[in-house]
Design a protein. Structure first.
Length: 80
């Protein structure tokens, strides 16, 4: 059985250099509640892709449903 491609929104946020990880980004997958990190934007997206694939594989192995999000909106608010 071929598994269809699934899309998940990923929010990226640069990790402050003062945290000792210059150039790293957090990658958060809000629909699954998963967070990881990687070097640069591409590294963070690769880490998120790997984490979601493993998460889905584990759910399938336990007979649990795997779902994707049909739409996501990211907004930024400014607070004084």
């Amino acid at each position: 059985m071929q598994i269809p491609d699934m899309r998940y929104p990923v929010m990226l946020e640069r990790i402050p250099d003062v945290e000792g990880m210059p150039g790293y980004y957090y990658a958060y997958v809000p629909s699954l509640g998963l967070t990881t990190h990687g070097l640069g934007i591409e590294g963070a997206l690769d880490a998120a892709r790997d984490l979601v694939a493993l998460w889905n594989e584990e759910r399938r192995a336990h007979g649990e449903p795997v779902v994707a999000v049909p739409e996501a909106i990211l907004a930024t608010v400014e607070v004084a």
